[in-house]
Structures are given as structure tokens and as C-alpha cells.
Design a protein around this ligand. Sequence first.
Ligand SMILES: [Zn+2]
Length: 198
Amino acid sequence: MSSFKIFVGSITAAVTPPILLTILAVAFQKEIGLYHNNPIPLDTLLNYVFLIDVKAMQTNSLIAVIISWILAGLFIGEVTRKLIYGLTSSIIGYFLLVFYYVFSLETIPAIFTLPSIYTFITLLGSATIFSEIREMRKPKPFFTRLEEGGIKVEEEYKYPLKLPIRCPNCNAVIYSNSEYCWNCNFRLVDLFPRFRES
Ligand SMILES: [Zn+2]
């Protein structure tokens, strides 16, 4: 499962920055200077993604490249869900892109120049931040939220029931963890363990 997440995350990391940059270039064509109603050659795109093209270093283009890397990082975080998978995926994805760059252009780009290191750090950073946010936003259990709102719930009612349940006495359908059956007044509380959600 985890290696599958890393695999999907890596592909996401390798594929999304150029795609996102294309979308941004088409949307803001005058400002970004990459797309002028003509197809964008892949090598041009990659030169932008790695900030090798001089034009990519101009303000608006630079912002577009950085945004595309940040969004890519967020996508990785979304896909991989866990920090460790996100980090691994970012690294593999980045180098997948580098390998593609090297083999398709048959040149060794200035991969380890400062700008491309920054894009790499951006990718790692946004994947990391997203994973952290996801961890923090894990939903609290229902009863914890109730008690935070000042509603005290006794332990015997805290069973996670698989609803609806059926009254064992009259066979009525019951949609809550109520103490008694609404139909025949049969006491249900003692039976909760039987209907526990596994
Ligand atoms: Zn009943």
C-alpha cells in the first residue's frame, strides 16, 4: 500500500509541474510569456520548470513556476497522505523529471543551480506542510466534540453503533442509540454491545 502511494506520488510529482505551468501560461499568456497561441514545446516547458530559461526568471514567469511547484507539492500531499510518503515521492518525482530532461534534451542541465534547488525545496516544503495540516485536521470523535460543547454523555451511550438497529422485541427499525424502543418501550441500552460497529 505504501509503495503504491509513493509510486502514485512520484508520478504526480513528475507530471504535475509542467501541466500546471502550461495551464498558468495559457491563462495568463501576456504576463507569463511562455504561451502565445502556439504549442509550447516540452523542452521549453521543462526549461521553465527548472528555471533554466532566462525568461523564466522574469518576475511573472518566476511566480508562475513557483506556483506550479507549490500546487504540485500540494497534490503530492493529497495523494500520499503521509509525510514520509510525500517526502519520498517528492524526491523520486523530482529526479524522474530531471532524468526525463537529461534523456530528452541530451544535455546535462544546470540541475543543481540555486533556482532549481529552490524549486525542489518548494516541492518538498508544500508536500510537507500539506501532510502536517492533514494530520492536524484529523476529525475528533463525535463524543469528544459533544463534550467540548458542554454535553455530557455517559459511557454506556458511547457505543459506535451500526445504525439502524432493529428492536429484538418488536422488530421496529431504530435510527439512534436511544435507551428504549420507540415502539414497544423495550430497554435497548444493555444490548448496545451486540450492535457495536466493528
Ligand atoms: Zn421494540
